[in-house]
Write a protein that binds this ligand. Structure first.
Ligand SMILES: [Zn+2]
Ligand SMILES: [Zn+2]
Length: 144
């Protein structure tokens, strides 16, 4: 039997309730862990550890994973002086959820696999290219 917090940490700090239930964690265990302050419910059916990065948690609240410049910054690919606005990959037919302080840009690109957290480097680069075009792509790269 998994401890909800340990399992969530193992899964990268962010997961859907259904995903956690696949490992045998019950809804009751999840709500108990939320009540005890071990984990946080970002929105119905989506949970996070307190250790998950703010940008990733916001992206998960919004409905997906961090992508584009913010993701590359997060992955340590590009060092940017300012925090870029969160671009969130919500999947091809992803649903966007309203949340407080939202300044996200939603992306529905077909490419990508990661549900929450940060997309991988290749996906983030491709999304950025489609999002901002060649010029921005190279402008960012030259700052490395
Ligand atoms: Zn948002
Ligand atoms: Zn973008």
């Amino acid at each position: 039997m998994f401890d909800p917090h340990d399992l969530l940490t193992r899964l990268g700090g962010l997961a859907q309730g259904a995903q956690l239930q696949d490992y045998g964690v019950s809804r009751m265990q999840l709500s108990r862990a939320v009540r005890n302050g071990q984990i946080e419910r970002l929105r119905p059916g989506v949970f996070a550890t307190h250790g998950a990065a703010d940008a990733e948690r916001d992206a998960a609240r919004h409905g997906g994973a961090l992508t584009c410049a913010a993701a590359l910054r997060h992955l340590g690919v590009w060092v940017m002086s300012t925090e870029p606005p969160p671009h969130v990959w919500v999947g091809r037919r992803g649903r966007v959820y309203p949340h407080s302080g939202c300044r996200c840009v939603s992306h529905y690109f077909r490419t990508g696999r990661v549900r929450f957290g940060v997309v991988d480097v290749e996906t983030a680069l491709l999304h950025l290219y489609r999002c901002e075009g060649e010029e921005s792509f190279f402008a960012h790269s030259s700052r490395r």
